[in-house]
Design a protein around this ligand. Structure first.
Ligand SMILES: Cc1cc2nc3c(=O)[nH]c(=O)nc-3n(C[C@H](O)[C@H](O)[C@H](O)COP(=O)(O)O)c2cc1C
Length: 536
């Protein structure tokens, strides 16, 4: 035998491998048929039945890379992802040969250009950045806040916590926002050191009040005041009522994920499972919400906004009415569409709870118009708006700004693996895994985030110029038409039944920075919109 092996080494090795493989197959077959009871496929087709699970496991990758067409996948198809990637990398993001969309298809939007566009060459350039587009309203001015704030970018990064995203991703996004003069929303996981790399920050308070809890684990106004005083980057506070992907659903952070760092940031105990309830402990009706907003604004001086998805309308009718009667309430409202993203949610919630953005936003905005308080609020839209055409439609509907989450993730390297809920994000974005995160280069990716935001603003601006405007918030609901059937197009105004408020835009140069609040502003809450806009 030894002589045979010495004389035929190649043949002997192959034979050995073959025998090992046969033996392994035999063991697996015996296990499949006689020992395992949970998989019928494996029992009935021993050994080869395993292929089913292998193919199922790599199915998403196979479909994404080989099978799906450019316009097929959701939430973002390949064309959309490619546009974000190319924009983020500073590559050519144009498409050749004309549209590949079904432009007669029902629901297809068309932006109407002007015969005489706004000449690109005469556009005002603020702070050396030709894409810089400030918000036309000042957040908190209408309610006389001590520290009103005009965000210098109408495109900002929506709430995503350090927790659902890893530290490298959060840091890269924050630094990218700094470069692009955009603001960064902390998400409900609290303000972390990774949110403190120069960008203006909106600190979100969800039902867990993370980072705002006292020693008794309850909400503490003293803690909020202290944190705001320590961190000048925080320019506004957001009370999260709900998000489009899982409204009315609380959350659980398993004890295993509550590391020392996360525990310190959130103000919770290390290693202990943390529950965020599906309701706020600090208020349970509209007046309670307004009282809470006013108490935070009074204590911190900051503007306070709310974020919500849209379900039943009675809440919004009462909120608008009470805001009008009291002259108080949220300084901004972010409406999140049901198409919005999340780190993890039950499918029924993601797919079926809360209205899509265009429907939900239109309903709420009209309620506020009828109550006469729509101008007192800064309107933010979110839900797959990180593309110039969609952002333009949002502005035409009355949004003053848009907030983007998953598109910002794409710009930081997300490949839409849709594994955020597993902790095994392969590109190190939505994970705390050290090895996976090590692949995310913060310097490179922060530049990409900034490029993407600038590119999005720049194209939005180009669209505005094509329609004859200097700022995209000048888009009106008659500038947009939707296909409503065979050879039928109707304006957004006809379909939605309203026109967004005319903000009386003057010239871009008038909106550079936050104007000084009036000396007596805190004493006189305003119900009119006069303080929101320099020219009104
Ligand atoms: C990974 C991830 C985490 C999120 N975390 C929060 C959160 O903490 N609070 C919140 O209000 N929304 C959260 N969202 C929702 C986003 O802020 C945003 O409203 C929604 O995804 C719509 O924007 P998009 O379509 O541009 O992603 C999260 C979304 C994602 C994808």
């Amino acid at each position: 035998m030894r002589d045979f092996v010495a004389a035929n080494p190649g043949f002997s090795l192959s034979l050995g491998i073959l025998l090992m493989a046969l033996l392994t197959a035999l063991v697996v077959a015996v296990h499949d048929v006689f020992y395992q009871r949970s998989h019928a496929v494996q029992h009935n087709f021993p050994v080869i039945g395993h292929l089913r699970y292998l193919l199922e496991g790599i199915g998403p990758e196979l479909r994404q890379y080989w099978v799906a067409t450019d316009k097929e996948e959701l939430p973002f198809n390949r064309s959309e992802r490619s546009w974000v990637y190319a924009s983020a990398k500073g590559q050519n993001n144009n498409f050749g040969f004309g549209t590949s969309e079904q432009i007669y298809g029902t629901g297809y939007p068309i932006l109407k250009h002007a015969a005489f566009p706004f000449p690109d060459g005469t556009a005002t350039v603020l702070r050396g950045d030709p894409s810089l587009l400030p918000c036309l309203k000042v957040i908190g001015a209408s309610h006389g806040r001590r520290l009103p704030w005009r965000p210098m970018s109408v495109v900002n990064v929506s709430a995503m916590s350090f927790g659902s995203l890893g530290k490298n991703a959060v840091t890269a996004i924050n630094r990218g926002c700094t470069l692009a003069s955009a603001y960064h929303n902390t998400g409900e996981g609290g303000f972390s050191p990774h949110h403190d790399h120069g960008a203006e920050v909106v600190w979100q308070l969800g039902t867990g009040y993370f980072g705002a809890r006292g020693p008794d684990s309850e909400f503490s106004m003293d803690v909020v005041a202290r944190k705001v005083a320590q961190h000048p980057a925080i320019r506004a506070i957001e009370i999260k009522l709900s998000q489009g992907a899982k409204p009315g659903k609380g959350g659980i952070l398993p004890g295993a994920k509550v590391t020392e760092e996360i525990a310190a940031i959130r103000g919770v105990a290390v290693g202990k499972t943390v529950h965020s309830p599906n309701f706020h402990s600090q208020f349970s009706d509209v007046d309670g919400l307004i009282d809470f907003v006013e108490a935070i604004a009074e204590r911190t001086g900051l503007p306070v906004g709310i974020k919500s998805a849209v379900g039943e309308l009675a809440f919004w009718e009462t909120l608008a009415r009470r805001m009008s009667e009291r002259g108080q309430g949220p300084d901004y409202i972010q409406i999140d569409g049901g198409e919005g993203g999340t780190g993890a949610a039950p499918l029924a919630f993601s797919d079926h709870v809360s209205l899509p953005l265009k429907i939900g936003f239109a309903r709420v905005y009209q309620v506020f118009q009828h109550a006469g308080v729509s101008r007192d609020v800064v309107w933010i839209g979110s839900g797959k708006l990180g593309f110039p055409d969609r952002a333009a439609v949002a502005f035409a509907m009355g949004c003053d700004m848009i907030a983007i989450a998953r598109e910002a993730m794409l710009s930081v390297g997300c490949i839409q693996a849709q594994k955020c809920h597993t902790g095994h994000c392969p590109v190190g974005v939505a994970t705390h895994h050290r090895w996976l995160q090590a692949g995310l280069d913060v310097d490179d990716k922060s530049t990409r985030v900034a490029r993407y935001i600038r590119q999005l603003r720049g194209e939005l601006l180009t669209l505005a110029h094509a329609a004859g405007y200097e700022h995209p918030a000048q888009f009106t609901s008659t500038d947009v038409e939707f296909s409503t059937g065979v050879n039928r197009f109707q304006t957004l105004a006809d379909i939605m039944g309203y026109r967004a408020d005319d903000l009386g835009f003057t010239t871009l140069a008038d909106y550079d920075g936050t104007p000084e609040p009036a000396a007596d502003s805190a004493a006189v809450p305003q119900t009119s919109s006069t303080a929101l806009h320099p020219s009104s």
